[in-house]
Design a protein around this ligand. Structure first.
Ligand SMILES: *Cc1c(COP(=O)(O)O)cnc(C)c1O
Length: 428
């Protein structure tokens, strides 16, 4: 299996190279040459299922030999599909160590990284709107020969998210950037381009522009759709809370591979770039607005390029891709409504998807629950007037001290602290 950059389809690389590069040398994103068409059947052991499916993306790659243990180590927590009523199920993707779906991709990358040989120390840089950073930090914490730099928009993540980002130390450096997520993403892309050939380290990223982050997400959509149809449904119609549009892209890929997914609806917040594209036929990136569903605060989603590449012609795109959005006020109402209807507290991102139900046709919908509500207790608890218990792993993380540095959103500030940290001048 080969991968090519969207801008230069004639330049192909293998899986390992695509993971190593993150961003293709021309600055665009890698996509697989074809989607494997061999359908695998459902089995309860998720790690084994994911291996069976994902190995189709690693054909001919040297990593294939170590790929079963990679999947077993990475996916050591469950994918939970919960039927709530005749009309609704939740696909809970938050049972990993940092309580969001980002754990799947981050742990997958970390295990891959352990199996690759490197001649230089690796520096992994991550821009995060909230959950990616902690998932990557947890996955790479104390991994030898790897250092991680996390950039997040200062004061734009929840208190608990911030704590989860800053509780690591050792080989993890956490930076609160004075700007928004798009600033962080811009710094990341610039750093990747400028320091591609740095003699001190091999720079890469664990953002969802990295194909190694995205692919494992295909596996849980396939797994859930097969499980759902075993429960007597024809196909799984799913609503995906979307920001950088990686998760939704993975769902569309799973459907193109032939897994029984029906409608796939992107739920956005006030950063509704995809909804606007569907209406106008023209892509216009926007400045990020901050909302209570902060992991979806992305004005210029990177993975949109992959989605458009999948359906390049606008009429096809319009017929295949559905999207809608909610305001913060509507998201809050959805959190309350879901609690009344199902007794389940849900996070604001999940609520952005749940809240779309009343706008969609009446059939059984699967709402993707992307994070545990306890990550957003300051939003959720007052609305529901109830305490949301913390998952055990999060409790542990929140009991550790927080260490981070605040920097302006400039390349000189970023590379300044990174250089000092590498030299051991800056303590983290
Ligand atoms: C990252 C994230 C999203 C958005 O996912 P994308 O793949 O970036 O579209 C939604 N909800 C939560 C909780 C997230 O952490």
């Amino acid at each position: 299996m080969r991968y090519y950059s969207i801008h230069q389809p004639e330049k192909k690389v293998g899986f390992s190279q695509a993971v190593e590069d993150s961003l293709a040398p021309d600055g665009s994103l890698y996509v697989p040459e074809v989607l494997p068409k061999h359908l695998v059947s459902w089995q309860e052991n998720y790690a084994q299922f994911a291996y069976d499916l994902l190995q189709g993306f690693l054909v001919d790659d040297p990593l294939l030999h170590s790929y079963l243990p990679i999947c077993e180590q990475a996916f050591n927590f469950p994918v939970v599909l919960k039927k709530m009523s005749q009309q609704l199920s939740f696909l809970e993707l938050f049972h990993g160590p940092t309580a969001s779906f980002k754990d799947f991709g981050a742990r997958h990358l970390a295990q891959i990284s352990r199996c690759m040989s490197h001649d230089k120390e690796r520096l992994i840089m991550v821009a995060t709107s909230g959950d990616t950073g902690s998932a990557v930090a947890a996955a790479f914490h104390q991994v030898p020969h790897v250092r991680v730099v996390i950039m997040y928009p200062h004061q734009m993540v929840s208190k608990r998210q911030a704590h989860q980002l800053a509780c690591w130390g050792d080989n993890i450096l956490t930076l609160a950037v004075e700007g928004d997520f798009d600033d962080c993403q811009r710094l990341l892309k610039t750093a990747l381009n400028k320091h591609r050939h740095d003699e001190r380290f091999a720079l890469t990223t664990a953002n969802s522009i990295n194909i190694g982050r995205l692919l494992p997400q295909v596996a849980y959509f396939a797994y859930a759709s097969l499980l759902h149809t075993q429960g007597g449904h024809d196909r799984m119609h799913v609503i995906v809370p979307s920001g950088n549009v990686g998760n939704a892209t993975a769902a569309y890929w799973a459907r193109e591979m032939g897994y029984p997914l029906g409608d796939i609806v992107l739920a956005q917040n006030e950063n509704h770039t995809v909804v606007d594209y569907l209406q106008a036929g023209k892509y216009e990136k926007r400045a990020t607005r901050s909302t209570i569903a902060n992991a979806m605060d992305v004005g210029d989603p990177s993975n949109f390029a992959r989605l458009r590449h999948l359906y390049p012609d606008f009429a096809t795109f319009q017929s295949k891709v559905k999207a809608d959005w909610l305001t913060d006020v509507q998201i809050k109402a959805a959190i309350q409504d879901a609690y009344m209807q199902t007794q389940a507290p849900i996070c604001p991102h999940t609520a952005a998807a749940y809240g779309l139900l009343q706008k969609l046709d009446r059939k059984h919908w699967v709402v993707v629950a992307t994070a545990h509500p306890a990550k957003f207790e300051s939003v959720v608890e007052p609305l529901l007037d109830t305490h949301v218990p913390l998952p055990a792993m999060m409790k542990q993380q929140l009991s550790r001290p927080e260490v981070f540095l605040k920097i302006p959103a400039t390349m000189s500030a970023l590379m300044g602290v990174v250089d000092q940290w590498l030299m051991g001048v800056v303590e983290n």
